[in-house]
Design a protein around this ligand. Sequence first.
Ligand code: RTP
Ligand code: MG
Length: 143
Amino acid sequence: MAVERTLSIIKPDAVRKNVIGAILSRFEGAGLRIAAAKMLHLSREDAGGFYAVHEARPFYGELCDFMSSGPVLILVLEGEGAIAKNRDLMGATNPKDAAAGTIRADFADSIDANAVHGSDGAETAAWEIAYFFGQREIFRAES
Ligand code: RTP
Ligand code: MG
């Protein structure tokens, strides 16, 4: 399987709950490396631009309010099959549907406050990584 990069966000609810370290351990335990990281308090415009693909959806306003409600930790994860692996670790969007042992089953409260974001495909991963990081902020395994 090819080495990939994916964008992960530890969302404001998980930062508030003080479970950043617990979530990072899930990624590292599954063989993903943290290739980049930054903590930001997104403006509503930052959040809106990031989730522009959902602009027409009824939940878009609440999503932007929530994502700009407190600091987030934004990560680039790197590893074999990183995009799908991260989605597997996250679990279903609604924590009620998330499989036992997934991040959302263990740390999310609701479909809105669902602890983590993860890119859903190769194209979105590339776009999302470029939204937050320059090339000099992303590190390869050997650096
Ligand atoms: P994410 O983009 O944050 O990783 O989540 P996802 O792929 O699992 O879900 P997506 O369909 O991309 O939706 C983005 C976020 O919008 C909220 N949402 N609410 N009320 C609803 O029906 C609904 N559907 C989605 C969720 O917080 C979801 O993470
Ligand atoms: Mg999504």
